[in-house]
Unconditional design. Structure first.
Ligand code: 4NP
Length: 158
């Protein structure tokens, strides 16, 4: 099972989602079964480490944010079983990508039972926004792992 988390810049929300998910996957003994990655719909920050505020907020919870930013690619929909958008704008942008597969596209907060809500963009706000994002990502990742365990999400990528 391969999961790609997607936000706008790939320096705040989706690298944090990738890191929180990897941490929880490892704690759940699923490390051999679930691979995670992240990307941005925009390419502005390609090649850069995550925002220092995102790295610090996650580190305070024992989570390492290590990803290097990249932009989404049309082939991501073939290579990942699940493409998880952080907000409605990311979802719309992903739907418009050549090769988009609506069956593999979801919104992050659906997994927390919070369908219709965005993971708010913390980039232009204060440090507390990064903690709020982590709270949302933690409960979303727990829901996502529960869905994978229960078999409602299945690996279909080649
Ligand atoms: P992210 O946050 O989508 O969570 O990585 C942002 C990062 C950078 C910008 C916007 C949002 N930006 O405008 O550069």
């Amino acid at each position: 099972m391969r999961i790609l988390f997607v936000c706008l810049g790939n320096i705040c929300r989706s690298p944090s989602a990738e890191a929180v998910m990897r941490h929880r996957v490892e704690a759940s003994g699923l490390a051999g079964e679930i691979e995670v990655d992240s990307a941005g719909t925009a390419g502005w920050h390609t090649g850069k480490a995550a925002d220092a505020r995102a790295i610090a907020a996650a580190a305070a919870r024992g989570v390492d944010v290590t990803s290097i930013a990249r932009q989404v690619r049309p082939e991501d929909f073939a290579e990942f079983d699940l493409v998880v958008a952080m907000d409605a704008a990311n979802h719309a942008d992903l739907e418009g990508l050549p090769g988009a597969d609506p069956a593999r596209l979801r919104m992050m907060r659906e997994f927390a039972g919070e369908a219709g809500l965005d993971v708010p963009d913390p980039y232009y706000g204060g440090d507390e926004g990064f903690d709020e994002v982590l709270d949302i990502l933690e409960r979303s990742c727990d829901g996502l792992i529960a869905e994978i365990r229960s078999g409602t999400i299945k690996a279909t990528a080649g």
